[in-house]
Design a protein around this ligand. Sequence first.
Ligand SMILES: [Zn+2]
Length: 578
Amino acid sequence: MKWSEVLTREKLQQYAGNRSYAAGIDYAREGTVSGLMVSNDSITAYVQGTETYEVQIEYNQDGDLIAECSCPYGEEGNFCKHCVAVGIAWLDSANSAEGITAPTREGYREFLEKQDKAYLVTLLLEQIRKDAELQNRLALKIAQSQSTTPDLTSYRRTIKRTIAVSGYLDYGETHAYARGVDSVTLSLAELCESGFAMEARQLVEYALDELTHQLDDIDDSSGNISGVWQELHDLHLEAALKSPPSPQELVQWLLKTELAMDWDVEVGWQDYLPALGDEGKRLFMEEIKGRWENLPELSPGDRSAYSGSRYVLTKLMTEFAKEQGDIHAVIALKKRDLSSAGNFLEIAKLYLEAGEPNTALEWAETGRATFRDTPDARLLDFLLLQYTQRERFAEAYAILWQRFMDRPDVRTYEQIHNYAEARGDWEAWRVKCWEHLRKVREEQKSKPNDGRAFYRDDAATGHSEEVRILLSEGRSEEAWDEAQTGGCSRDLWLELAKLRETDHHEDALRLYREEIARKLDEVTGDYSEPFRHILKVREILLRTEQGDKFRSYALFLRAEYKRKRNFIKLLDTNRFPA
Ligand SMILES: [Zn+2]
């Protein structure tokens, strides 16, 4: 296949959609495409957008275009406007060449291979002045090649130049930045491999320090930077294991990284144990213990003293205590922070583990009583289980009921249902639950809707929660009545429609048609959902021997939505109404 066969304007438009296609044409016209390079199987180029993006277009056996772009939208797998711009630029160059075809990548290679060295060196020197990344790459190669000992100064200079950013680095800029840091990590890994593990480790520490200074100025929602962050940490570990520093030095580094919590890394102090040795491990634990003991004790209601380093210190101290198999030491640690219901739960669980179930229950109950206004779901689950095991069902029901009062939704309803069913109490509890549901709905109708009420009662949602509950119980007739009286959300109406297809097909037909009309008024472009409902309508009408009605319905749709060309096309393809 040739490029002229696979790359056409029509195809670009089809792949990119109208908007990206139009934007891409503008880009190409404004001359933002540079470095266009064609080979038999790929076209590559740069496009100047918010920053410079790299585009590559290829094609497969079927002649489908496969494009990649380094912009955020392109990285999500979309055929973006930059890809269009490159495609258009190629089409333009192919048309305007007037007999002289632009050389392909192979053409350039062939030409360059024939040139003498002096010419190539001059050419590259010119390029180095314009291309910072190329300059960095070569600078490190020079530093490595110059002598048997690496030139640490030039490494540091390169690291600083690559990592220091002026101003804020936003989402779209992190890709190119991360690639720069990657090239640093790569050359440091080479250094580590070639017998300079100590130097490599020190340089990694320098790089991580520099990167730490940038963290506040980076939007890393793409995850590009946390990726390079992790790789630098991996390399640090590798270098430290290869050539261990003194225990003191390593302990200082570990304290710094463990307590900083800049970004999570999958490298922890335990990975460094072979390098730390017994002496280093003892030192590290002592340092952590000293810091831990300086933390204030926290009581319920205390929040201000909470911090990330407290979390890390607690985690590390817990690891130490667990390692020594001393569960009461772990409990004592946990008791220094009683600022949340979750902590009471953890203590309760530990007592259970220690074989003291009554103390466990006491701690859980105290936690529940202390945080009555902000109940912790897991703590309540724990109590529920404890009461059930002790056959204290009244207290178990009290917990379930408190939950239902807080959140009378289908989930808590089902929880009570399952629990009471197992005990033969469900009929009485069902009555109680519904009395409560009706009461809440009444109360809420008399109150202005402040947006905080559990139920929102408006045309869009109606009695959705009641309908959902009845559907979950398989009471579809009652659910239908409830929806008729109080209304419900669209997805529930569709669920009801499905349930009525067989025995009440007129109801189902009406609901599907309403939904089709609503969707067709709303959407443009993607008609797959309303079309699915149209197929439903057709199926029901054919089954009930009303094929003529489907014919007239399809004709109505054609007339009513004749402006929606893609929709009409869809009807054509399926030969509706034939
Ligand atoms: Zn793009």
